[in-house]
Write a protein that binds this ligand. Structure first.
Ligand code: ADP
Ligand code: DP6
Ligand code: CO
Length: 355
């Protein structure tokens, strides 16, 4: 009798917010970046993707993805690359052990929910593809390391390769044409700097007008400033950021974070026609951070913006009242524009499956 059993596995993955940004592909097919990047995984925040992968010979509709309750296209090259890589690894296990069920031949059904705005500049593609790849890897019982899963997730969305690790994570751009060395590694565990906090300010939950994929390709093709960012600015920021994290030097961490966000948005403005991800509300957050720092006479907070208007503010636990007090009571509560604020901790653990 035909095997109509349903096999199933679930996982969650957190967002990560880059402090040195990935923006630009040198190979759009393999999703290889023009520069290395570095991020902080917000593993203890409320921002996460929950994904269940199942497979069964009875799934006659073929591979499918239900994203936030809506059927989503899986025919794109990047989703297909993830399916292909994961199936090939499962097929190798099945070839080595014929007693294993032939999951690699069965259609996959993926059901995924983001509990935060999708495609709004809060790294949904990062948490989304990290969860996508790990859910299928769990379903297939692959003996894959976070590094190997990172390599696969990168092909779904570049930033996703960093969400397979906790703490401070670097994505090394690599140099091999096949992308085999373009993978993330952990620079430091979250427990290395347990005082680090992030405040997320949601200015708009609306889907961005220009996706990250399309925006960065327009920047690479048309911005003159971009070459300078890739060759000079980012290498300096990567080196300085790794040092700042190693030394737990918040002032240096903050300055590089803010400079890199500004540099990235400058290349967006230098794209032709220009791309504007930040809005008036975003700029109010920049001013508020400057005021907090000036009033304190030291660096208390750092802002950063991904490809969207929403702010992430990094600060240290001891300054919670100062930062959250200013934003939450002054901005979050009363100033129009901010829809939601979320305070996040960073989980001092490598494992992401524990929640
Ligand atoms: P963001 O700033 O949110 O990362 P992007 O433009 O980079 O925005 O990517 C958004 C796209 O990522 C969505 O349109 C969708 O295709 C994909 N995505 C988001 N969440 C998920 C998920 N949970 N599972 C699979 N794909 C997802
Ligand atoms: C501004 O990883 O979303 O958030 O690889 O095309 O899916 P694709 O792009 P994506 O780009 C992220 C851009 C960023 C910076 C960052 O996360 O490093
Ligand atoms: Co994204």
């Amino acid at each position: 009798m035909a095997d109509t059993k349903v096999y199933r596995a679930s996982t969650t993955a957190p967002v990560n917010i880059a402090v040195v940004k990935y923006w630009g592909k040198r190979d759009a097919k393999l999703n290889l970046p023009t520069n290395s990047s570095l991020s902080v995984t917000l593993a203890q925040s409320d921002l996460r993707t929950l994904t269940t992968a199942s497979c069964s010979a009875s799934y006659t509709e073929g591979d499918s993805l239900l994203l936030n309750g809506e059927p989503s296209d899986v025919s794109g090259a990047r989703t297909q690359a993830c399916f292909r890589e994961l199936r090939a690894r499962r097929a190798a296990l099945e070839a080595a052990d014929p007693s294993l069920p032939k999951l690699s031949t069965m259609p996959l059904r993926i059901v995924s929910e983001n509990n935060f705005p999708t495609a709004a500049g809060l790294a949904s593609s990062a948490a989304g593809f990290a969860a996508f790849v790990r859910a299928i890897a769990n379903l297939y019982e692959l003996p894959a390391s976070p590094s190997e899963l990172s390599l696969i997730a990168r092909q779904g969305s570049g930033s996703a390769c960093r969400s397979l690790f906790g703490g401070y994570v670097a994505w090394r751009m690599g140099e091999n044409p096949d992308g085999s060395d373009s993978v993330a590694d952990q620079v430091a565990e979250a427990s290395h700097w347990p005082e680090m906090r992030a405040l997320i300010l949601v200015a708009s939950a609306a889907k961005k007008g220009v996706s990250s994929t399309s925006g960065m390709q327009q920047t690479v093709a048309t911005s003159g400033l971009f070459a300078e960012r890739v060759s000079c600015v980012v290498p300096q920021h990567m080196e300085g950021m790794e040092r700042a994290i190693r030394d737990r030097d918040f002032a240096a961490f903050a300055e590089i974070t803010m400079r890199d966000s500004n540099s990235f948005h400058a290349t967006c403005a230098d794209t032709y026609p220009p791309i504007f991800y930040m809005n008036d509300v975003s700029r109010a957050a920049v001013r508020a951070v400057e005021q907090i720092n000036a009033a304190a006479g030291r660096t208390v907070a750092a802002y950063t913006f991904d490809a969207g208007p929403n702010a992430v503010i990094y600060y240290l636990e001891k300054d919670t009242e100062l930062v959250v007090g200013t934003f939450y009571h002054a901005l979050g509560g009363e100033v129009p524009g901010w829809k939601q604020t979320v305070v996040s901790g960073l989980k001092p653990s490598l494992s992401l499956d524990e929640g």
